[in-house]
Write a protein of this length. Structure first.
Length: 189
């Protein structure tokens, strides 16, 4: 008899707990609609809510990738990124991960500045830039074609997905984070 009462109490507590839990965690459709409804555009962007500052952001993004085709202008390259340990990016392979400005400068000086590396042309397609409402941070995405030669052979990045995050530091847009990747379905075996 005690076991039946005990099991009955446990069953009631479980059912009551479940009702309370479900009532607290599953909002009604009306609440969901209210939470996702946005008045006007949330960010400034290069698609449908432009801002004059987006042109400066685009300059920083392009400087970061076009510096080599502009005469290997390292001043231009270095001015596009934050000059501290917060700089970070994933490359298309795990060995290319960059952590901090010193890693970035070492890669630039030891690889891209070599005489047997030649930058040829850069194409940026479908560039989408978004700037936060605070106008202090921004992010972008695009498809990148970066045509180069290394030791006389093509060393191209074609259809590379390039994303990143910038912040305005001392009045200048600087890149803090980037990610380069290739879509698996486009990679030749």
């Amino acid at each position: 008899m005690k076991i039946k009462i005990y099991l009955c109490l446990i069953s009631c507590l479980v059912m009551l707990s479940g009702r309370i839990l479900l009532a607290d965690t599953i909002p009604t459709q009306e609440v969901l609609n209210q939470e996702v409804e946005m008045i006007g555009p949330y960010t400034f962007n290069s698609i449908n809510n432009p801002h004059d500052e987006l042109a400066e952001i685009e300059k920083a993004i392009k400087a970061n990738i076009e510096w080599a085709v502009r005469g290997k202008d390292t001043v231009l390259s270095y001015s596009s990124v934050v000059n501290n340990d917060e700089l970070f990016y994933f490359s298309t392979d795990s060995k290319g991960t960059i952590i901090g400005f010193d890693d970035f400068r070492n890669l630039t000086e030891k690889f891209f500045m070599r005489d047997d590396f030649k930058a040829i042309k850069v194409d940026i397609n479908d560039l989408r830039i978004h700037m936060s409402p605070s106008m202090r941070s921004a992010w972008w995405s695009c498809l990148l074609n970066d045509y180069n030669e290394f030791r006389g052979k093509p060393a191209n990045w074609e259809n590379v997905r390039w994303t990143g995050v910038l912040e305005k530091v001392d009045g200048k847009w600087r890149i803090f984070q980037m990610h380069f990747s290739k879509a698996e379905d486009l990679i030749a075996e």
